[in-house]
Write a protein that binds this ligand. Structure first.
Ligand SMILES: [Zn+2]
Ligand SMILES: [Zn+2]
Length: 375
């Protein structure tokens, strides 16, 4: 079938993107589902910093590629062997397909699925197939999802079924912002009731982590970002402290406010400076978690002895270190209870044609989560 999709043909174009238009809205051919695959009509697709990192070249990917990795949609057609989804089911896309059989999958860590990572790197589906092309030329899949498009064919293992009562523009945000941000808090085991947490980098993912820290019952939630409106939103959501990341006295101020530092600092900014700051504001014996995605060439250096003498832990979190088929329903349950006000993340609902301007807003910090909606 012919679909309209946002295609990236080259990386590293300078902004403003509304003028340089790195994403072209093109007619692309989409093949139907192979065995174990599903054709999804995309309802809403979120704009995330990980897409921006491909556009600006920080995360190189094979091109051309239909971008987009956070979405909800409606099942249109199922391939052979898919017997647990039917046409009309509502689904959330997950940006790492999990094979269910490799060592990390067997350990209950599907976010680290080895074939999933390999195929995402190659820009094809978990089956090894390409379902997108323009004439004879292949078009690559982004994270097995490629949802900046009217329809997408993807692996059944990239999808989680959700209740039809959930608004689809809210469901979309579950796939990356909430799964990654709230998941890092809920699944990492570092933030608990009565504890002290700091969240650095208040994009959609970081703010979802702020909500998660509040929902889990942290006593102190410190929010840090360079943009004052995001700090104001974090305070409205229930953060107990908010600091501007450009404040030269920030480390001392956080240590004073938290009486020696936080139990856990979670970094979502994707910069080494932000991670170093997170380490500095973590108390002795505490844990620093990084869930941002820095440029692959970025290197972190730390005083090694502090890990030992201060019994510190430094660790990463990918896709919220969780199990999407378990976490998406429980986070939606908390949303319905009013304990994860995910709707507060959504600042813009746009059309596919306006997607380049949307990435300008994401880059300059004037938007949090924006979704492209398809009719
Ligand atoms: Zn994302
Ligand atoms: Zn696997």
């Amino acid at each position: 079938m012919k679909i309209k999709a946002a295609v990236l043909e080259d990386m590293g174009r300078a902004g403003p993107y509304a003028a340089s238009r790195p994403l072209k809205i093109l007619d692309v051919e989409l093949d139907g589902p192979g065995p174990g695959e599903v054709l999804v009509r995309i309802a809403a697709a979120g704009l995330c910093h990980s897409d921006l990192s491909v556009i600006n070249g920080d995360r190189p990917r094979p091109l051309p590629m239909v971008l987009g990795h956070e979405a909800s949609g409606v099942v249109e057609e199922v391939g052979a062997g898919v017997d647990d989804l039917v046409r009309g089911d509502h689904v959330v896309c997950v940006f790492v397909p999990s094979c269910g059989h490799c060592a990390p999958c067997a350990q209950g860590r599907p976010a680290l699925c080895e074939p999933g990572a390999e195929h995402n790197g190659k820009g094809d589906l978990l089956s090894g197939g390409f379902r997108l092309h323009r004439g004879e030329a292949r078009v690559h899949h982004h994270c097995g999802v490629s949802c900046f498009a009217e329809y997408a064919t993807m692996s059944r293992r990239s999808l989680v079924k959700v209740q039809k009562e959930v608004p689809l523009h809210i469901a979309a945000l579950m796939g990356c912002a909430v799964l990654t941000g709230t998941g890092a808090v809920f699944n990492g085991g570092d933030v608990g009731p009565g504890g002290k947490a700091a969240i650095i980098g208040l994009g959609g993912v970081g703010l979802a982590a702020v909500m998660g820290a509040i929902a889990i019952g942290a006593e102190t939630v410190v929010a840090i970002d360079m943009f004052e409106p995001k700090l104001a939103l974090a305070r409205e959501l229930g953060a107990t402290h908010a600091f501007n990341g450009s404040d030269p006295d920030l480390v001392a101020k956080v240590k004073e406010a938290t009486k020696g530092g936080v139990d856990a600092a979670l970094e979502f900014a994707g910069s080494v400076k932000a991670l170093e700051m997170g380490y500095a504001i973590t108390r002795r014996g505490g844990t620093t978690v990084t869930a941002g995605l820095p440029n692959p060439k970025a290197v972190l250096s730390l005083p090694a002895v502090s890990l030992v003498a201060e019994e510190r832990t430094l660790k990463g979190s990918y896709l919220g270190s969780g199990v999407p088929s378990r976490d998406i329903p429980r986070f939606l349950g908390l949303y319905h209870r009013g304990r994860l006000p995910v709707d507060r993340l959504l600042t813009h609902r746009i059309r596919l044609d306006d997607i380049n301007a949307g990435f300008d807003r994401l880059a300059d910090g004037s938007a949090i989560r924006q979704v492209v909606e398809f009719n």
